[in-house]
Design a protein around this ligand. Sequence first.
Ligand code: C2O
Ligand code: CU
Length: 463
Amino acid sequence: MRKRDPADEHETPVRTHGGAPLHAPPADAGEAYRLAYAAAQPDAGRRVVAIALEASEFDWNVAPGVTFQAWGFNGQVPGPTLEAEVGDVLEIRLTNRLPEPTVVHWHGLRVPAAMDGTEMVQRPIAPGDTFTYRFRLPDAGTFWYHSHFNETVQLERGLYGALVVRSAEEPTFDHERVLVVDDVELARDGKVKPPGGWIESHDGREGSTRLVNGKQEPELTMAAGQIERWRIINAASARYLRLSIGGRPFRIVGTDGGLIGSPVPATEILLAPADRVELAVGPFAEGEIHRVETLPFNRGSFKAHRKPELFATLRVGPQAPSKARIPETLRRIEPLVTGPVEANREVRLGFTLGLKHGVEFTVNKEQHHRADPVRVGELQVWDVVNRSPVHHPFHLHGFFFQVLQVNGKPPGFLSWEDTINVAAFGSVRIAWMPDDRPGEWMYHCHILEHHAAGMMAHFAVLR
Ligand code: C2O
Ligand code: CU
């Protein structure tokens, strides 16, 4: 049990690093961008996947008679699922047709800093402007892309999409589906309710309209006797998804950073905001109907979750033959750390009461914290310590980490992650290796309201 330091109680005044939060690209950002652009070349035999994305406002229908004024990519919510293979180069020409600036972050992708899509590495894309992201895809897995500007508005209104990268060696499934889970709070006038309020800044927004792939509580159908690969992305602002498929067993085959070592049987799984998971689902028998739902989960929010809430209904249709082959060994993951190790950094997640948001969220007692740099090739072992009574999903940009301990205990299995839940007054020890991608990086809580209220840090990776 970790001792609580009285100096970390929430009365402590918050320091900021000299006034306004610093979110601006460095002077050499243009040059770093040009270098990264030119360096992005496909592997031998692979290709450049070129995609045009347009961010704009449109009416989006979530259910019969339910339409809202969305902001999304290419006229749909979620935006198109981008698909490519390891070694491909993704070239995305993004045009902003919104009435305000935007930037797009490639969540989970190990791209050069200049392509990370944050205000730390580029200037926001002004209305009417176009910006091209170009990078090589080094890893297979389920990722996503989303606005990284005015997120509590832009993401909430629909500026997100899935990104799937495949490798030459994947287990064989009968069918694959991508499920992007979200919730949205609609006002009577057909608009998304604007952010605001003390409770919302504390809890984060949880919308009462629950969406899967942009539709309200849709019906999914699958064939009896088959095993499907479900790639699930939690794109919600704040909601934790304690996912159950009618209480039936499934197998976890992947997490944020792709496949895990071997399949792990489970009947439920927790996806904090921004988390991804890949599941082997089925086989079921014809006629079965299952609730794809979130079970009650207490994350310390004012809003209680006492009942399961439905996201989709799964109906099992007639039998079909199965060719699924899911090997016991999916992948070999080398541990970054073997044996005992001390942390070389502590990241403290805290909060304070303040005038701007009601509740201000901090990292090491600072809003928009400036953290110490790290060096390429120097192993990082961080204790992420939550000094607040609410859970926080910790997200590191651009690098995968391995979880060494959750509240002092090793996790159930080894995996690569970019987002990990840190329970109220809990802690997580992670290890990660800064590879040779110097530049400005960040980490933050992925509850969008907490991120906006300061629970984030910038740091440099130096050669
Ligand atoms: Cu998915 Cu900085 O975020
Ligand atoms: Cu948080």
